[in-house]
Design a protein around this ligand. Structure first.
Ligand code: ZN
Length: 132
């Protein structure tokens, strides 16, 4: 199965961002987590089979802080869940895609993740993920 696992949104403040969406969503259970490797705090709003992932930087040298400084708050990446992330990365590398991560690493929500550079994907930072 391949699907949009989540949409990543860079925000300055998780609570404010989450409240904005809670205003029109019914009965959402928000999960909070911190991902030290990416220097972010994360809030996840489940939406059916997919999710919104809000990312707030915890340090000025977080990639999310850099994104907000350059482009402002907003959609930062799209995550596609694949069955086999190693195979997907191998395929992309063979086809000449520019990979940010050649090996999967630990992501939020207990997933293995890897990023593909927006230069290879029509300007979209693409996250691939696989359940562990
Ligand atoms: Zn993500």
């Amino acid at each position: 199965m391949q699907r949009v696992h989540h949409i990543g949104i860079a925000v300055e403040n998780l609570e404010t961002a989450v409240a904005t969406y809670q205003a029109f969503l019914d009965d959402v259970e928000i999960e909070y987590e911190e991902v030290p490797s990416q220097k972010v705090k994360v809030a996840v709003i489940p939406l059916g089979d997919s999710r919104l992932e809000f990312l707030q930087p915890t340090s000025p040298d977080s990639p999310i802080a850099g994104f907000i400084e350059k482009r402002g708050q907003g959609i930062q990446h799209i995550c596609i869940e694949v069955n086999d992330i190693n195979e997907a990365l191998k395929k992309l590398e063979e086809k000449g895609y520019k990979l940010i991560d050649k090996e999967p690493r630990e992501g939020a929500m207990g997933m293995k993740i890897a990023f593909v550079h927006p230069k290879s994907t029509g300007g979209v930072l693409l996250e691939l993920s696989q359940k562990k």
